[in-house]
Design a protein. Sequence first.
Length: 328
Amino acid sequence: MSVTLETGARVPVTALGHDDALLTELVARRLVGTAGGRVDDAGWVAAARDSWSRLPAGLRGALHDFRRDSGPTGALLVRGLPVDEGTLPDTPAVAGSVQRETSVPAAVLTMIACGLGDPAAFRAEKDGALVQDVVPVPGREEFQGNAGSVLLTFHNENAFHPHRPDFVMLFCLRADHEGVAGLRTAGIRQALPLLDETTVEALRAPEFVTAPPPSFGAGADATPAPHPVLFGAPHDPDLRVDMAATEPLTPRAGRALTELNTVFERIAQSTVLLPGDLAVVDNRVTTHGRSAFRPRYDGRDRWLQRTFVLADLRRSRASRPGDGYVID
């Protein structure tokens, strides 16, 4: 077998062997030059969907299994994917940076997004680009978002939005200089047994509001509706929270949110991503964040690329003009 799977209490790891890594790179390179070479073009996404079936069977099987059941951690780490390091430019250092031109990493992200569901983006965030850069930006070190470098608190991606992503993919092209920037994850499946009944009851009540993240700008909804933090199946609920943006509306909601964050810190797992590492987070049950790091702004800073996935694209049809991949 050229794909190995480590299981246990920690985030499971799927590692590509030499042959499967070469095949993945070959499929990605063939995709790069097709359908006009523009990441956000519907024709290129269609080509990526077709190319998904040419990826190694072991990789596709691991991702299909994760889509069906993301397990106790709600996260998966894929190692050994091609990033074409020899041709990478300097790490971008401007706000709103995205990947519009096709590349090997963009091809890998888009193919896997098509295997998990469909790639999606939000027009108010980074102008609806399907592949987005996650890089530190000078002057935004304290920013609670992808441009910052301080501790990024636990959050479901775009928790305020009715069509928030089902999966968030973070692909490492370049690690930080000191190797200390850890992707942190904490999910409700591991947290739920550690919460008392009173806390769970409060988290299930519509006594919370979540504001849009700063990355959405001033055009986002300024009057979010109250919502619960936990909803759905009693023993396997979904999760909707952003520790930097979710506010409690009642004293009991405040206590419950504090306890939830305490438990998240207790169970949190941290992984320093290396080039070729792809983290896939089940945004429905698991939050993510990042430990602090110190950028140098020398062209070799940490560089991740991010793509969102919707498992059921049709559910957002009314919000996607022309049945495209961008949600208004």
